[in-house]
Design a protein around this ligand. Structure first.
Ligand code: ADP
Ligand code: MG
Length: 749
């Protein structure tokens, strides 16, 4: 007679059989992933041009939903980047509500950028009950301003709890949009976030201030050359790199779940040595994801253009076409949200961390930055006539001068725990800030500095005449590349490559705007004073250009930024080489930086101090969490797996002995068991060291000292620990190891 369930019962009762039942979750995940199909393709029946911006309240929508008079007033505010004119707030809110409800939105939220680095929102329903009647309402006040509880966002001590109120107010230079999720649609209003007492609590306020500052400074300099220019706007095209891995692997790794990067993991035998991933065929599931990402981005008017595989396996990149800086930053943040959301939908996880996998290429967010005028000119594109070229050279040299002058502030603007693993860690780009301009422009700059005798044999068709005798000719369309430079000129824009993939571009772009504005202002002062002393305008400008070229010469570097030779050379040139975040953040508080940022009214001193404090705290929290996860994973996952396998080996040795076998028959087992023992002991020692060093760090009183201690003493111990866990991964039987391995996560099919 057969009793259902009997075999199960036997296994349950006899512990001896239990191991048979312990399935390795890694293999279960592997099985499932193999049987997984990409999600069905999205409906592409409507063209990209038809859907582009359909979830955004664009000028076309404004025209449709607003009276002409209100439309014109609103357009004036949005174009000028002013706050909403309160006299039209009511009708505008009504129109936006009507439009949003037509698109199916039920709630609205002010969407802002707290110092956590990503975005935040607080949803309110349109629904209101008035006199027992339910209606949908959205008033001018609700559009213009909200009062979220600010106490759950970092402020760096700017607010005491009793005045934890914060205000958000619409930045109407960035349009409202409807964000869709499977469960509903929300009207999002991009806003600034300010404390009750008026201090900035976000990344948008300083960015907007810097844009206005740069506009004023640049227009004044433009007017030396072209009086018709009334406005200058910085532009940004932010390329986003990320990794995609299957969600089952992700969920089996506490390090990925809690810190966004793998704290352990032996390198895969195959990495990117074969170089076959870059521009390689996009795996189907990733392709399905990217298709949908592009579609959803387009509906939100994010001009995504390129998609391709990156250098590392499972690494991808997407890049939108450049836009006005403020909108581009909002779009970049929105894109990050979309990447997260859609990766989950496709049963994957997007890793936006700068260095999710040790020994594998990291991720950046290359910030392509330039300056555009209201007359449609790109100020960083060489022109066609002498006057335009002198203007180009002016702006070009001012940027280089600014980077030279404030290299440490620029370094501070990209500092984060994640980016520390990228910058200067044998990888793109180095922590030393330098500027690459290419051989042709180097020659131009050198020739301005020391004018050469003119050669006759240049081919005129290839050369563009700058026309002023002191300036040589400049080759058009020569964009030689140097991928090792953190800040490179690429033909008609600068590419700030050191920005981390997880960063909000707002901060580095704000600093870049301010330092360039400062250089331009100084340029104007110097030039004017020369003109006043009787120098001809063009000659005065050229004089100052020359002074700037000489003053900033040491920041220019055309060679291999990854080489040791450059580290030595940079030291000789006295360029800062700051390898970790706590030290890099000092850049915000140098006398020079404080003076710069306060005189230009970007921050008050307390605001700057507070911001510095927040960034330091985020760094510290991040590394502390990592240390904690390392401790826990070592003890609860790695050590148990190693012990289990060691025991198996010892069992085999014992059985061999009992059976009277020659000891030489189990030499391998003995060796392996010993090797495990050695690694386990070393791991134990390092875990103890992690404990004592963390405690020692805690004894420091100043937060800066704690953070520096962590960066210099604790983080290296974390790396030591990893050596042992990774060594164990390479001895322990594959079937006993439960953490998904690099080869599995990275070669997603
Ligand atoms: P590259 O080959 O240098 O990567 P692309 O033309 O692909 O050049 O541009 C990379 C990024 O630079 C894109 O996001 C692009 O829109 C952006 N870009 C191009 N021109 C400008 C500009 N004037 N200002 C800001 N970004 C720009
Ligand atoms: Mg690039």
């Amino acid at each position: 007679m057969e009793i259902a369930g009997t075999p199960l019962l036997i296994f349950y009762i006899c512990p001896k059989y239990k191991p048979l039942f312990r399935m390795n979750p890694r293999f279960t995940a592997l099985d499932r992933i193999h049987s997984l199909e990409p999600l069905p393709a999205i409906d592409r029946s409507r063209r990209a041009s038809e859907i582009f911006g359909e979830n955004v309240f664009t000028p076309r929508q404004m025209k449709h939903y607003l009276s002409r008079e209100v439309y014109l007033k609103l357009k004036e505010s949005t174009d000028a980047g002013n706050v909403l004119d309160r006299t039209i707030a009511g009708p505008v809110a009504n129109a936006i509500k009507a439009w949003a409800m037509d698109r199916g939105a039920t709630h609205y939220t002010h969407w802002f950028q707290p110092l956590t680095g990503r975005t935040a929102e607080k949803h309110d329903s349109f629904l209101e009950i008035a006199d027992g009647e339910a209606i949908e309402k959205f008033s001018g006040d609700e559009l213009a301003q909200q009062e979220p509880d600010a106490s759950s966002f970092p402020s760096g001590g700017l607010r005491t709890t009793f005045e934890a109120r914060g205000y958000t107010a619409w930045d109407c230079s960035s349009p409202v949009f409807v964000f869709e999720s499977k469960y509903g649609k929300t009207l999002c209003v991009p806003t600034i976030f300010v404390s009750y007492t008026g201090e900035a609590l976000d990344y948008k306020i300083p960015l907007l201030k810097s844009i206005a500052l740069l506009d004023r400074a640049a227009v004044e300099v433009c007017n030396y050359f072209d009086r018709s220019i009334k406005r200058v706007m910085p532009t940004l095209g932010a390329e986003q790199e990320y990794f995609l891995i299957d969600e089952r692997y992700h969920d089996l790794r506490p390090d990925l779940v809690l810190t966004g990067r793998t704290l352990f993991g032996a390198g895969s035998a195959r990495g990117h040595q074969l170089d076959d991933h870059y521009f390689g065929a996009i795996p189907e599931r990733a392709f399905a994801f990217m298709n949908e990402l592009e579609h959803e981005a387009h509906r939100l008017a994010i001009p995504l253009r390129t998609r391709h595989n990156e250098v590392a396996p499972s690494q991808f990149e997407c890049a939108p076409k450049f836009e006005n800086l403020n909108v581009a930053v909002d779009h970049s943040l929105l894109l990050m949200d979309l990447i997260d959301k859609l990766a989950k939908k496709h049963k994957m996880r997007a890793l936006l961390h700068e260095k999710p996998f040790a020994g594998v290429n990291g991720s950046g967010k290359h910030n392509n930055w330039s300056l555009g005028t209201d007359t449609g000119k790109n100020l960083l594109a060489p022109g066609r006539n002498p006057k335009e070229n002198l203007m180009f050279l002016t702006f070009f040299v001012c940027v280089i001068k600014a980077v030279h002058e404030y290299a440490d502030l620029l370094r501070a603007s990209i500092a984060s725990a994640g980016n520390d693993h990228r910058l200067g860690a044998n990888e793109a780009p180095p922590a030393i800030v330098s500027v690459f301009v290419g051989s042709q422009l180097s020659k131009v700059l050198d020739d301005v500095e020391t004018p050469p005798r003119r050669k006759k044999n240049d081919t005129v068709s290839e050369l563009m005449h700058l026309g002023i005798s002191e300036i040589p000719e400049l080759l058009l369309d020569n964009t030689d590349r140097n991928r090792t430079s953190p800040f490179a000129f690429t033909g008609n824009k600068f590419e700030f490559r050191a920005v981390g993939s997880a960063a909000n571009s707002s901060n580095p772009m704000m600093i870049l705007n301010v330092i360039v504005a400062d250089a331009l202002k100084e340029f104007k002062v110097r030039t004017d004073s020369k003109i006043k002393r009787g120098r001809k305008k063009e000659s005065a400008i050229l004089d100052v250009i020359k002074e700037y070229i000489i003053a900033s010469k040491s920041i220019r570097f055309e060679g291999d930024g990854y080489s040791d030779a450059w580290v030595k050379e940079a030291a000789r040139r006295k360029l800062p080489n700051v390898r970790n975040t706590p030290l890099a953040l000092d850049g915000y508080l140098s006398v020079k930086a404080v003076k710069l940022l306060t005189t230009h009214r970007i921050f008050s001193e307390p605001e700057l101090q507070a911001r510095y404090g927040v960034l330091l705290e985020i760094y510290l929290d991040t590394v502390k969490i990592e240390a904690q996860v390392i401790r826990e994973m070592s003890r609860t996952i790695v050590i148990p797996a190693a012990v289990r396998y060691q025991r198996e080996l010892m069992e085999s040795i014992r059985i061999g002995k009992e059976a009277g076998m020659d000891p030489s028959a189990t030499t391998t087992q003995v060796e392996l068991a010993n090797e495990i023992g050695i690694q386990l002991n070393a791991l134990r020692d390092d875990l103890a060291k992690l404990e004592t060093e963390s405690l020692a760090a805690g004894k420091k009183t100043k937060m800066r000292d704690v953070a520096i201690y962590f960066a210099e003493k604790v983080v290296p111990v974390m790396a030591d620990i990893r050596q042992h866990t990774d060594a164990l991964e390479q001895v322990v039987a594959d079937e006993t190891w439960t953490l998904p391995k690099y080869r599995e996560m990275l070669f997603l099919k």
